[in-house]
Design a protein around this ligand. Structure first.
Ligand SMILES: CC(=O)[C@@H](O)[C@H](O)COP(=O)(O)O
Length: 257
């Protein structure tokens, strides 16, 4: 079990809902992943001022918790407005806060992110901020009222996996009591297992499942990898060593001269 803002969930996989080949494939992927939290882009699903009730009905029928997100927002005001629409439409005070600052890398605008987090936390939102692996920004987000942090491991949709594992490790060490969810850039189940092995609490991903040849099977593979990574963390993995260490002890064995 892991808890976010006091709500316990069994699955440590959070799944995005964009870019699936069809709603049926999305539905099957969600079921096979065992996820209990899916994230939905408010801007995409309400584009042109139209609310796609079919999509939201399907999402509700999945029986999982919805974490609306502010994907596509580039300013504090856009993100705050989108969060308020999400709260009204989906009756939740949870919000995955994205404020994009860079066109090519989709890197968060961390200054606007902190400001938007401050506004939303003060207004009673439970903010899940999509951030970089910068410790100072993370401190500011916690000061703003965030009780969860979501550092990227690589640019959104890149499938690169953890490009700076040292930074992710250092974030884990600096925030031992804050739930940490790696968000964005995961490409393969082994990437997810890697971040879980270093003690991350959960993984949020979208493209790696939605874009796979068989999304439902990939969703299941991710669920298994995340569980394996978590178990490995709890089991206490060995640290790599520079030198060989014989795995077969020689002391006490018969010596043949
Ligand atoms: C769906 C969503 O919220 C994305 O913005 C998220 O950051 C996932 O990134 P990937 O698509 O790289 O998994």
């Amino acid at each position: 079990m892991v808890a976010f803002y006091g709500s316990e969930v069994g699955s440590r996989l959070l799944l995005g809902t964009a870019r699936y080949p069809s709603p049926a494939v999305l539905e099957e992927a969600v079921r096979r992943s065992g996820t209990e939290i899916i994230t939905v882009s408010l801007r995409r699903e309400t584009a042109g001022g139209r609310v796609d009730s079919t999509f939201f009905d399907m999402i509700r029928a999945l029986g999982v918790r919805v974490l609306p997100n502010t994907a596509g927002c580039h300013s504090v005001s856009e993100a705050v407005l989108t969060a308020n629409m999400a709260r009204e439409l989906l009756s939740t005070d949870w919000i995955k806060l994205e404020v994009i600052g860079h066109h090519d890398t989709l890197q968060p605008d961390v200054f606007a992110l902190v400001e938007a987090a401050r506004v939303l936390c003060a207004d009673g939102f439970k903010v899940f901020p999509y951030t970089t692996d910068d410790l100072v920004v993370a401190e500011r987000l916690v000061e703003a009222g965030c009780e969860v942090l979501m550092p990227w491991c690589a640019p959104i949709g890149s499938a690169m996996g953890p490009v700076n594992l040292m930074a992710l490790k250092s974030m884990r060490a600096h925030f031992p009591d804050i739930p940490l969810i790696v968000d964005a850039g995961i490409g393969r189940p082994s990437h997810a297992a890697t971040v879980m092995e270093i003690g991350y609490d959960a993984v949020l991903l979208n493209t790696a499942v939605a874009g796979a040849g068989d999304p439902a099977l990939m969703a299941e593979a991710f669920a298994q990898a995340i569980e394996a990574g978590r178990n490995a963390f709890l089991a206490g993995p060995l640290e790599p060593r520079d030198m060989a260490v014989p795995s077969t002890p020689v002391i006490g064995k018969a010596v043949f001269a």
